[in-house]
Unconditional design. Structure first.
Length: 385
């Protein structure tokens, strides 16, 4: 028992260190940015009219935010560019909920979102050769492009002497936004429990399990995008080593893939056992995964014991908010359909969620996952008959 408490305390301390690191880095960057703003923008910000002064100040903040949003797109493009350079194959490119996918040899636009993430570039990794595959440049690509664009913005300001002040402001703030994006993605750390690109590289360089987890996630997503179902893949692909720490994000994702494998087979008991192995580590698992795990725990509880107190505890305000934010995900329509069938017993609402889930299928960027969700929706519909 003492060892378990010590381990738990160690992970809590590590979580605080990760949070502190991100706060310090952002704080230092904010201080540097504030210094430059004070030096460069102060003459422009000065105004006898307080309202005009505030308007200018908030205008700078808005321009910086716009610059950062642009750098999110640039960052994901960097992953794409360096992925292609290292023999990865394009699968999908997402900014917000807008997702570009390659389907039947053509690029198509679909809608999909993952709450807590601004964008994502997913690619199929090349075949493993001699136990190795390229991962450093793919992960570092976004940071490299952010820095290159920032350097280009600053060089333009320096080289062009007679530049309009407004253009100088836009270029300088865009450069700062790019540097912030590079720093927060390049310096190894976890933000909200989720590892950034630098942390992924650091983990994979020192840990074979992390490399395997990263590779399998990209490979499985690529295969599912081609229409291959989880149940068609070998279970051994997802099974972790006995001593693997399931709270580590790459391992958590692997365990959730194993869960999907059992769910695709409609093996509810094995799916439940799989999720149970994660619940005892919930205080150390990234919030993004905690929400997903709780959604699936709620689903399994609904279709098995349907204990009212357990359902009420799981289906709290935070989870309701997360489910609402995940409106483009078929799994959430499946969950709400089960809720209406087993908990509220509202058949009309259940059929409405069934219809919404069906309508989302053609818009899903991952065909194999969509086919599994269609199967589960139909499985639930049978319960209504």
């Amino acid at each position: 028992m003492g060892k378990g408490n010590h381990s738990k305390s160690k992970y809590k301390n590590k979580g605080w260190l990760d949070t502190l690191k991100s706060i310090v880095i952002c704080g230092v960057f904010g201080g540097v940015l504030g210094f430059f703003i004070g030096d460069f923008f102060n003459p422009w910000l000065k105004s006898d009219n307080i309202f005009i002064g505030l308007l200018k100040f908030y205008g700078l903040i808005i321009l910086f935010v716009i610059g950062y949003i642009i750098h999110i797109i640039i960052h994901e493009a960097g992953h794409l560019i360096f992925g292609l350079l290292t023999d990865y194959t394009f699968v999908s490119f997402r900014i917000g909920s807008m997702t570009i996918v390659k389907e039947d040899g053509k690029l198509k636009t679909k809608k999909f979102n993952i709450p807590g993430t601004a964008g994502q570039c997913l690619m199929m990794p090349p075949k493993i050769k001699d136990g190795e595959f390229p991962f450093v440049l793919y992960n570092l690509g976004g940071v490299i492009i952010n820095l290159l664009v920032s350097a280009l913005c600053i060089s333009t300001i320096v080289l062009i002497k007679e530049m309009a002040f407004v253009l100088e402001v836009i270029l300088l703030l865009t450069a700062f936004a790019g540097i912030l994006a590079a720093v927060t993605n390049g310096i190894p750390m976890k933000i909200g429990g989720v590892p950034n690109d630098g942390h992924n590289i650091y983990s994979m360089l020192k840990d074979e399990d992390a490399r395997r987890g990263f590779y399998v996630q990209l490979e499985v997503n690529g295969l599912q995008s081609l229409g291959i179902r989880m149940k068609e893949l070998p279970l051994s692909k997802f099974v972790l080593n006995n001593n693997a720490d399931v709270s580590q994000p790459l391992n958590t994702a692997m365990r959730l893939m194993e869960y999907s494998y059992h769910l695709d087979h409609l093996d509810i008991e094995s799916a439940k056992t799989c999720l149970l192995s994660l619940t005892e580590h919930m205080d150390r698992i990234a919030l993004l995964f905690v929400n997903e795990i709780n959604c699936e725990r709620l689903f399994l509880e609904l279709v098995t014991d349907c204990d009212k107190s357990t359902i009420d505890r799981l289906y709290n305000k935070k989870l309701k908010k997360y489910i609402k934010a995940s409106r483009f995900q078929m799994s959430k329509k499946r969950l709400m359909m089960a809720y209406e069938i087993y908990y509220t017993k509202d058949i009309n609402k259940a059929l409405q969620f069934y219809k919404e889930g069906k309508n989302l299928a053609s818009n899903s960027p991952v065909k194999g996952d969509a086919d599994m969700e269609l199967m589960l929706l139909d499985w639930l519909k049978v319960k209504l008959l």
